[in-house]
Design a protein around this ligand. Structure first.
Ligand code: FAD
Length: 366
């Protein structure tokens, strides 16, 4: 049996650990905090890219494969743990005129169920929405998941396996001899294995500093509001002007988000609080009476074009990277975990048409 150490227990590290364990690997997962408490906790949990036609085809493929994997994976983990991740088919309504970008051609090419809607259809789908919206796009098959529940589900499931979870242990260095990693240095003790994987989210480039390779992953802050609400007030995931409303099962409503480059600063700000609330009320006027329950920020692992880095380190043969999923880490997580695990186990990949040259870190082919 081969052994793997994974650094970073966000959704990417958690699901990759589970994939590798299923394939018979002895896995140790290390996080400096508690698992799943960074970006994977902070996000919105929409199981689709926003404005999905704007992304490279590789992201469409990873998202599409994950959309196929999620129902069975979550059902299996829920059965084993009793934790409900609130995986709901909410549908996604994108308001505004996007005809210049021709999303219909994109949807036809990828066989995505998407319907253009006019003012009357918008009133039927979302009677709560402001009547200033005359046109939009309706994606009936889009799901959401509730982030804190998803990461708690994955963590609890993982603890029922023989994966070793080491929390509150910061990785400070990677020891290298010739073209191999020999140990991961932590605040407490060194850890050794046959293979190593870095899935450190926004901190991935920092973690890799001593290896001489920078995958160009940088933190992109996103702020969120949680409004108290009654179930049914907002019916669907509703998106416009790069902001969105997500109705949770219990009636609470998430309002997101921003994309701010301010280093590793996670402090929420008053101006964004006001602007998110203004957006919510402009979109659904009835939200004016809803109280803000929580306001937070998370750090996305930002990458060029949102393309993740999934592959082998360019010069260290037993070191791998699965990170840089930017705004789509939740939706791409199951497929990325499967792809990474297949590469590490040198199987043919689940996305066979994606270029994969062993020893090359690859940003999914552009
Ligand atoms: C506001 C917001 C909204 C979002 N909405 C969506 C959405 O609707 N849909 C979607 O698909 N995606 C969404 N995302 C993006 C998604 O949340 C991320 O892409 C995804 O969570 C990244 O997962 P990760 O495991 O790579 O990173 P993280 O969850 O950040 O995990 C990285 C882990 O590495 C650990 N770590 C870092 N440094 C060290 C170290 N030195 N030693 C040990 N451990 C370390 C951290 O503690 C952390 O637990 C959103 C993100 C934000 C912030």
């Amino acid at each position: 049996m081969n052994s793997t150490i994974i650094v970073g227990a966000g959704i990417i590290g958690l699901l990759t650990a589970i994939e590798l364990q299923k394939a018979g690997q002895k896995v140790t997962l290390i996080d400096r905090g508690f698992s799943g408490q960074e970006s994977s906790w902070a996000g919105g949990g929409i199981i689709s890219p926003l404005y999905p036609w704007r992304y490279p085809d590789e992201i469409t493929r990873l998202a599409g494969l994950s959309q196929l994997i999620y129902p069975e994976l979550l059902e299996h983990m829920q059965q084993a743990t009793g934790i409900d991740p609130e995986f709901l088919q909410s549908g996604m309504l994108i308001l505004g005129d996007h005809s210049a970008e021709n999303p219909e051609a994109w949807a036809r090419r990828h066989a995505i169920n998407m319907q253009p809607v006019d003012a009357t259809q918008i009133r039927e789908l979302a009677p709560e929405a402001s009547d200033r919206f005359e046109t939009g796009l309706w994606f009936p098959d889009i799901y959401q998941v509730r982030n804190p529940r998803l990461v708690s589900l994955a963590r609890t499931y993982l603890k029922s396996t023989d994966i070793t979870l080491v929390e509150q242990t910061r990785v400070s260095d990677i020891l290298i001899k010739e073209d191999r990693v020999t140990a991961i240095i932590t605040d407490s003790e060194p850890y050794t294995a046959d293979q190593y994987l870095i899935s450190g989210g926004a901190w991935t480039s920092e973690l890799l500093k001593s290896t001489g390779f920078d995958p160009g992953i940088e933190p992109v802050k996103g702020q969120m509001l949680l409004l108290k609400g009654a179930a049914g007030k907002v019916r669907h995931i509703t998106l416009s002007e790069d902001r969105y409303l997500i109705p949770r099962k219990d009636g609470r409503i998430l309002v997101g988000s921003t994309t701010e480059k301010s280093g590793f600063n996670k402090q929420p700000t008053t101006d964004v609080r006001h602007s998110l609330l203004r957006y919510a009320v402009d979109t659904v006027p009835a939200l004016a009476s809803h109280e803000i329950e929580l306001h937070w920020a998370g750090l996305r692992p930002g990458s060029a074009n949102g393309l993740p880095c999934i592959g082998r380190h360019p010069s260290l043969e037993n070191l791998f990277i699965n990170s840089g999923h930017y705004r789509n880490g939740l939706v791409m997580a199951p497929a990325s975990a499967q792809l990474m695990s297949e590469m590490m186990l040198q199987k043919s990949t689940c996305l066979a048409e994606i270029d994969y040259a062993p020893r090359d870190v690859f940003h999914l082919k552009k």
